[in-house]
Design a protein around this ligand. Structure first.
Ligand code: E4P
Length: 217
């Protein structure tokens, strides 16, 4: 499963990219606002930090303007994936862009039927928002299971990008189901490295090693 980080904070992206475990980045208008940075400038900087796909979201709601914005965004770098909302105009834009060979991430997906439409529109990625689904009394991971089943039934190549991930269990469940990608806030990626018994084990080994009075090298 690929790991994307869901942020526009370039310090966090650089830090996580240095692990060699980061496969891409997702941003959205709220994350750009949080960064306080210029959208095009920060997107350019992120694209230089990672080799994998960097999702940059259009903000227009109509197809024609979405296409104009996508033109500007895709010129930033070859690894830009244009992010469009799951609306009729968004999917029309998705079809046009993917027919041209541009990567498209269809976002704000909350039903399996919406995911089916995005796959038919040739989406590179579909982003079902599991955390927001859970928040509203639905079962986010059941949605991922349904989409996996449907995509496998018809051999769709659209990658399931689990979004709105809130905690490590979302990541574990995504991997169990066979999602292609999980995009996570930096804090969730960092939490995956941690285990109390790993810390305790290191503490014990270090204490015993000190007793030997030895050093390596
Ligand atoms: C994904 O592409 C979205 O940017 C993101 O995962 C939304 O997460 P949130 O529901 O925590 O805002």
């Amino acid at each position: 499963m690929k790991f994307f980080v869901d942020t526009a904070d370039t310090a966090d992206i650089a830090d996580l990219a240095a692990t060699g475990l980061l496969d891409g980045v997702t941003t959205n208008p709220s994350l750009i606002a949080k960064s306080g940075r210029d959208f095009l400038e920060v997107t350019r900087e992120i694209c230089a930090l990672v080799e994998g796909p960097v999702s940059a979201e259009v903000v227009a709601l109509d197809h024609e303007t979405m296409m104009k914005e996508a033109e500007i965004l895709r010129k930033i770098s070859d690894n830009v994936a244009i992010k469009v909302p799951l609306t009729l105009d968004g999917l029309k834009t998705c079809k046009k862009l993917t027919d041209d060979g541009t990567m498209v991430n269809v976002t704000l997906c909350f039903s399996a039927n919406q995911a089916l439409l995005a796959a038919k529109a040739g989406a590179t990625f579909i982003s079902p928002f599991v955390g927001r689904h859970d928040d509203n009394g639905f079962d986010g991971m059941a949605l991922i299971e349904d989409i996996r089943l449907i995509y496998d039934n018809y051999a769709f190549e659209t990658e399931i990008l689990v979004a709105s991930v809130r905690h490590p269990i979302h990541v574990l469940e995504s991997a169990r189901i066979g999602a292609d990608v999980a995009t996570m806030p930096p804090s969730v990626i960092r939490s995956l490295f941690k285990h109390v018994l790993t810390d305790k084990g290191i503490e014990g080994f270090m204490a015993d090693w000190a007793k030997t009075g030895q050093s390596i090298g």
